[in-house]
Design a protein around this ligand. Structure first.
Ligand SMILES: Cc1cc2nc3c(=O)[nH]c(=O)nc-3n(C[C@H](O)[C@H](O)[C@H](O)COP(=O)(O)O)c2cc1C
Length: 362
């Protein structure tokens, strides 16, 4: 029944502008109109990453549920985990609308939302009310007008420590001017020091260590990747998320929408984000967890991220085109790929195409 989305739901939603359609999707998930998708538990897909037991490797990426309105409904679609945010300390409205654009022929999305969100308190209250056991990560950022961006990330760690299963420090949105500068070596060292010290203090108080991941852009030079890898390893970072949206506009069919300012995601970013993922895996070695994200649209593309070096995978944009049945289809498809490969654990397939992807020019 959930496949009815492809004919009825998608056609209906595509009558609206992309942001209104997104609001309707959130409302549908909240109301329970979207049915639960049962995925058959498969121990071959389960693994422990950064100390957390994931039942399957597919997560909802940040940006879909910015204000923590529907994390449990998303988990019921078959995702093994979901990430709320990006949340900033103070509420902010983001850039003027329209600010999300569908590139239908390319199965891509361009957004320049600019961290519109209801702020820490609203998201915290919703997360604190949840009683379920599902894995919900909290993606933290800085307000546009912040005088001290590092302090905003630290505030995120402190505010959400009791409710987050993991944190993502998002320093790679292209839509907050200057934010990506935090990826530069000195700024990154200062950020990681402050964020991880705050985490360690909170861990000592709570008696529980919550892992912190760093989410990076796909638009990096080889030297930029070297710097991030060196800092990730020099600090006690728990993992990387590769990647956010791209500023590149290569090979797009929709030349009109391609001119919109913002970050491009969906199928057009698959190649680039997967290559950067492999290049980062080469740099950080086998032990550091990496979550691969960008253009995942099927079990095959999810598996390709794992073969390129990812432990876990996330998606967002392709759900706009494929609908709410996509996570369950991907997780079921991963089980079938495991049969075909005769693999005992999905971990065994990680890095099996690392060299191929790491050799690509980006
Ligand atoms: C409309 C939209 C909003 C997004 N907002 C955020 C965000 O708030 N924080 C973040 O870290 N990433 C955000 N992202 C990036 C996604 O989490 C993801 O990294 C990127 O879109 C690539 O994955 P995809 O091709 O599966 O969408 C957003 C993406 C889209 C399309």
């Amino acid at each position: 029944m959930i496949d009815a989305f492809k004919t009825l739901g998608r056609r209906g939603l595509f009558l609206f502008d992309a942001e209104t359609a997104h609001g309707l999707s959130i409302a549908a998930l909240k109301s329970g109109v979207v049915p639960t998708c049962r995925v058959r538990p498969d121990q071959r897909l389960a693994q422990t990453v950064a100390g957390i037991r994931f039942e399957n490797p597919l997560g909802m990426a940040a940006g879909f549920d910015k204000n923590a309105e529907v994390p449990e409904a998303l988990l019921k679609l078959g995702f093994g985990f979901t990430e709320i945010g990006t949340v900033t300390p103070k509420p902010q409205s983001g850039n003027p609308r329209p600010r999300i654009f569908r590139l239908v022929e390319d199965e891509g999305v361009i957004n320049r939302l600019g961290f519109n969100n209801e702020g820490h308190e609203a998201a915290y209250r919703r997360l604190a009310a949840i009683r379920g056991q599902g894995i919900i990560g909290v993606n933290i950022g800085a307000n546009k007008d912040s005088g001290d961006r590092v302090a905003d990330y630290v505030a995120g760690i402190r505010r959400f420590y009791s409710v987050a299963r993991y944190f993502t420090a998002n320093i790679s949105s292209p839509n907050t001017p200057g934010l990506r500068d935090l990826q530069g070596r000195e700024s990154l060292a200062a950020l990681l020091l402050a964020v991880l010290s705050a985490r360690d203090e909170e861990a000592a108080k709570a008696g529980r260590k919550v892992p912190v991941f760093l989410k990076i852009a796909p638009d990096l030079t080889e030297e930029g990747m070297d710097d991030i890898a060196a800092e990730a390893l020099a600090h006690d970072l728990d993992g990387l998320i590769v990647s956010n949206t791209t500023l590149a506009r290569d090979g797009l069919k929709d030349a009109v929408q391609a001119k919109e300012t913002g970050g491009l995601s969906g199928k057009p970013v698959f190649e680039k984000s997967t290559a950067v993922l492999a290049k980062m895996r080469k740099r950080v070695g086998p032990a550091l967890p990496i979550i691969g994200v960008g253009g995942v649209s099927s079990a095959e593309t999810a598996m390709e991220k794992i073969r390129a070096g990812a432990d876990l995978v996330q998606l967002y944009s392709c759900m706009v085109y494929e609908g709410p049945g996509l996570p369950a289809r991907i997780v079921g498809g991963l089980s079938r790929l495991m049969d075909r490969e005769r693999a005992a654990s999905i971990r065994d397939l990680r890095d099996t195409r690392l060299d191929y992807w790491a050799a690509k020019k980006v």
